[in-house]
Every structure is written in structure tokens, then in C-alpha cells.
Write a protein of this length. Structure first.
Length: 95
């Protein structure tokens, strides 16, 4: 299995990048209902946090597809995780 993954990693991460980009665009168009009832930083996080997470994952996948595993792809992936955690926390606190 590892050999197949190593052989097709460019294709797999390219597909992951395209899927991440599509999800990010969808979440730019769909906003949570809770965003209407808050102001300031919370509103920004609710409106764009989920999309930012997926755009960062898209960028990480592109870097993995081009360069394999490197420092910048890991930084982007961890930043995406932080963005998602921030989005989830703000969303849960507003319910």
C-alpha cells in the first residue's frame, strides 16, 4: 500500500487540493445562521473561518504534490487545524 501511495502521491494530493478548494468556495457562499447575531471578530471567524481552513489545506496539498513533505506544508496544515478549532469554538459558543 505504501508503494502505491508513494507512486501516486502527486495525483492523490492534487485531487485533495481540488476537493479542498471546492469545499472552501462552497463555505464562502454558505454562512452559518449564528453569524447574523454576532459582531466583530466572532462574525469574521464565523463567516470566513471554515473557508480559510479549507484554503490552507488546499495550499498544503499543492505543496505536498509538488515537493512531497516539507516544512511549509506542515505549517499550513497545522494553521488550517488552528483555524478550524477557532471556527468550531466560536460556533459552539454562539449556540
Amino acid at each position: 500500500m505504501k508503494q502505491r501511495f508513494a507512486r501516486y502521491y502527486r495525483l492523490l494530493f492534487s485531487l485533495g487540493a481540488m476537493a479542498s478548494f471546492a469545499v472552501a468556495v462552497i463555505y464562502l457562499l454558505l454562512t452559518p445562521e449564528e453569524a447574523a447575531s454576532v459582531d466583530g471578530f466572532q462574525k469574521v471567524v464565523l463567516l470566513y473561518g471554515h473557508s480559510v481552513c479549507w484554503f490552507l489545506l488546499c495550499a498544503a496539498c499543492v505543496l505536498w504534490a509538488i515537493l512531497k513533505k516539507n516544512k511549509w506544508s506542515e505549517i499550513l496544515a497545522y494553521t488550517a487545524l488552528a483555524a478550524y478549532v477557532a471556527f468550531a469554538v466560536v460556533l459552539l459558543l454562539e449556540q
